[in-house]
Ligand binder design. Structure first.
Ligand SMILES: Nc1ncnc2c1ncn2[C@@H]1O[C@H](COP(=O)(O)OP(=O)(O)OP(=O)(O)O)[C@@H](O)[C@H]1O
Ligand SMILES: [Mg+2]
Length: 242
């Protein structure tokens, strides 16, 4: 990670000066973890995420809703890869702030992909130690993308996502970074009951489904649990593409 640096953003959502934690993306790690958006050699896969982004923007702009919870029925279906690819696709398209919140505290993903140190502060530090959000956001220098990683590892971290403080985080992000898109990389619906609490705070849910792997019964069960959500979108992942 580079030293934090003081920058002044131009006009727009980040129209103020603050210390940012700037990180450098490592192409080898991105490749290893299937983060393709923004890489010329992976244009065809990248385009699928761009289409998904455009569909979400078109649908959500109609209702001014901006908080998208990325989840799945079960573990390992590709939520984190989808969330990060999509976040980059959002950041590349629009001159608008996009914030990716890593809320799957039991199985954090970004520490490895972004080569963050083990003690890299993030969401848990906000939730427990009330560290200010401005000092926790990472800037990977991809458009206006900002990332809130899972943060310091603590016992029973997963239970924090259903807390009032988590609710405060989303309210604070919305108030401080008006008109930004907020993508939340959440735990699976069926194995982590607190995901349902989190989903109530989001405006839309993006359900990742691993093609040929997620039993349809499990998708229905997850759908049943999310019933009452304003909008649920589905994305098929791990598909074979000719
Ligand atoms: N489109 C894809 N094609 C092939 N493999 C994929 C794809 N998307 C993700 N994977 C692989 O599947 C595994 C799980 O991906 P990922 O960590 O994104 O899932 P997850 O749903 O976030 O998992 P968890 O429930 O542990 O948080 C990783 O090894 C990842 O590289
Ligand atoms: Mg994950």
């Amino acid at each position: 990670m580079k030293d934090s640096k003081r920058i002044t953003e131009k006009s727009g959502t980040l129209a103020r000066e603050f210390n940012e934690r700037v990180i450098t993306l490592n192409p080898l790690e991105l490749d290893h973890h299937r983060i393709y958006v923004g890489r010329k050699e992976e244009e065809s896969v990248s385009n699928y995420y761009k289409v998904l982004r455009t569909q979400l923007i078109q649908t959500m702009d109609k209702t001014s809703q901006r908080k998208i919870l990325v989840t799945s029925a079960l573990a390992g279906e590709g939520k984190s890869a989808t969330a990060l690819n999509l976040a980059i696709a959002f950041a590349q398209n629009i001159n608008q702030l996009v914030i990716l919140v890593e809320a799957n505290l039991r199985r954090p993903f970004l520490q490895r992909v972004l080569s963050l140190g083990k003690d890299c502060a993030g969401l848990t530090d906000y939730l427990l130690d009330e560290i200010s959000i401005e000092t926790l956001l990472l800037n990977p220098e991809v458009g206006e993308l900002r990332i809130l990683p899972a943060g310091s590892s603590i016992p029973n971290a997963a239970e924090l996502i259903g807390s009032n403080r988590m609710k405060m985080l989303l309210t604070e992000l919305e108030q401080k970074y008006k008109d930004s898109y907020i993508l939340i990389d959440a735990p699976p619906v069926l194995t982590h009951p607190d995901t349902l609490i989190l989903s109530e705070l989001a405006d839309a849910v993006l359900m990742v489904v691993a093609e040929g792997a997620t039993p349809s019964q499990k998708i229905r069960e997850a759908e049943e649990k999310l019933k009452g959500q304003k909008q649920i979108f589905y994305v098929m992942n791990k598909c074979w593409v000719p």
